[in-house]
Design a protein. Sequence first.
Length: 278
Amino acid sequence: MNDRHYANPNLLFAPRPLSERLGEDRLLVIDVRPTADYVRGHLPGAVHFDLFGISLNDTRPDPLAAFMWMISYLMAGRGVDYDKTVIFYEENSGFKSSRGFWFLEYFGHKDVHILDGGIGAWRTAGLPLSTDPVDTKSTKFVADHPITDRLASADDILARLGEPDVCILDTRSDDEYTGKLVRAKRGGAIPGAVHIEWTKNLDEEGCYKPAADLKAMYEGQGVTSEKLIIPYCQGGYRSAHAYLALRLIGYPNVRNYIGSWKEWGDHEELPLEVPTAP
C-alpha cells in the first residue's frame, strides 16, 4: 500500500492482503453499504452495519456523550472489540467507511482500517463475493476512554475562530459552501473556512490519491501540518473522509467536527459567512 508514500499506510488495506486474512478469529470486516447492496453480495464473512443517517447535531457534553454511547453500543453489537483488527468498506473509499474508521479512532481503537477502493477494488482484483448470511457475535465493547482530541465541538470552534494556527476545513459541495444549497436553518459557511470538497481526495478508481497529490492539494490551500485542522461537512461524514486523508499524510492534529453544518447552521447565534462562488 505504500507505493503511494503515505506517512501512515497501515490505515488502509488493499484487497489482496485482506483476502489472505479472511477467516482469522480476530479479524472483523464491516460492510457499511445499504442492506440491499449487502444482500446482493459482500466480502466473505463481512458483517453489515449501515452507518448512514446516524448523526448528531448537538455537540454539547451531555448529548455528545449519549450519542457516543449509542454508537459504541451499536459497534459492540457488530462484534467490535479492542483486540480485533477492524476493516470498514463500501463501494469505494467513501465517507461511510471513513466515518466508521473515525469513530473507532475516537474510541481509542488502535487497529482500525478501511479497504481502499472498497468492494469495487475487490471486484477488480477478481476476488470472490458471498451471499451467505453472517451471524454477528456481540461483544462487551465499551468506549469509556475516548481520545477527545480527535473531535471538535461547536464551542471548540467558536473559541478559536480566526486563530492563525487553526484551519477550519469545509468539505461540502460548492453549492453548500456558498449557501446556494441550504440544508439547515441558514446557508453559508463557518467564517474563514477553507473549501476543499471531499471527492478531491479520491482518484478515478475511487481510491485515496497518492500522498504527493494530497499534500499538494491541501498545502496549496494553506491546510498545513503544523496547524490544528478541523474538517466539517453536513453531518460528520465527508469531514471524516478528510480526517482520514490528512491522517494518511501524517498530519498530527486533526479533529472532526461531528455536529458540522447541521448544528452550526441551525444556531443563529453562531457566526457565518456566505462566500462567493469560485
